[in-house]
Ligand binder design. Structure first.
Ligand code: HEC
Ligand code: HEC
Length: 235
């Protein structure tokens, strides 16, 4: 959907606000549910990511941002780094969706997202998010790695070795492009494996840059990371 039509949807939702509260709330929730799946929620031209690429309304395996059910009742976000829901969402829009301007919370889109989040009832306790250690997880199972890769990495990077079906053109084909960018005359074998581990655990953070979200230990265990590296045949 183009950005113009998103704005139009917003205008329609606003127009419906003069109706009775139930209709107004329901249409805002429906509007939010649609926006949740749309990269146009960020005006940045290079952004291909939507809230739904990293979050769901209920617990789902391998989603970096986890379930947002109950999020409007949580008292802290991002492991205590953000104290408001708006701040937490702006964090995602800035780091992962490349939006320069934070939402004030008054935008039609922001209000619709809020209504949608509020409609997901669930766990109000702060989500636990543990940044894993950047250590070589050792050998794993290629068979399990295939399934884990599909769940955790493939939606953005596309299929291993070909990149087929990649969502974000900026995401490298794994492992080949990443290995090529870290040649053996500049990096040791151990350092090259750690690039995969560090990127998975830190994403764009800790000076790494880019747009990739970090995957916590709760989302992906060290054993599963070992399975992925074995499946990808990272030497
Ligand atoms: C590329 C992945 C990604 C995208 C896109 C993304 N998020 Fe997030 N989001 C995360 C990660 C990772 C966290 C940190 C998870 C945690 O703290 O448990 C997070 C945290 C959050 C939190 C705080 C949860 C908590 O309890 O700590 C909220 C709320 C949130 N995101 C909403 C959104 C909304 C709304 C959008 C769309 C506008 C969005 N996110 C887009 C990955 C993403
Ligand atoms: C939500 C989308 C998304 C998911 C999920 C994702 N990545 Fe990425 N990844 C990216 C993007 C975009 C880039 C390029 C920009 C950047 O570096 O952040 C990238 C870059 C990388 C790089 C290159 C690092 C470098 O320095 O060259 C590696 C390695 C990587 N990802 C591994 C993984 C692995 C392994 C998984 C699954 C466990 C995964 N990614 C899941 C979006 C994603």
């Amino acid at each position: 959907m183009s950005r113009a039509s998103v704005l139009l949807l917003g205008a329609l939702a606003l127009a419906s606000c003069s109706g009775d509260t139930t209709t107004e709330t329901r249409s805002a929730v429906e509007h939010g549910e649609v926006l949740f799946t749309q990269p146009e929620l960020s005006p940045a031209p290079g952004n291909e990511l939507a809230c739904s690429d990293c979050h769901a309304a209920e617990p789902a395996p391998y989603l970096s941002g986890g379930s947002l059910a109950g999020a409007t009742s949580r008292t802290t976000f991002w492991s205590g780094q953000e104290l408001t829901l708006l701040g937490a969402i702006n964090h995602c829009r800035y780091y992962f969706m490349l939006a320069d301007e934070p939402w004030t919370g008054q935008e039609v889109e922001a209000r619709a997202i809020y209504a949608y989040l509020e409609s997901m009832t669930g766990d109000a306790s702060p989500a636990s998010f543990t940044i894993g250690d950047v250590v070589d997880p050792g050998p794993g199972s290629a068979d399990r790695g295939k399934a884990v890769y599909r769940g955790a990495c493939e939606s953005c990077h596309g299929a291993a070795k070909t990149g087929l079906g990649a969502k974000t053109p900026t995401a490298p084909i794994l492992p080949d492009e990443t290995l090529a960018q870290h040649p053996l005359d500049e990096y040791t074998v151990e350092e090259r494996r750690l690039v995969f581990v560090e990127k998975t655990r830190h994403g764009t953070f800790f000076g790494y840059g880019g747009q990739m979200p970090p995957l916590s230990v709760e989302v992906l265990s060290d054993a599963e990371l070992a399975d992925i590296l074995t499946y990808l045949e990272v030497p």
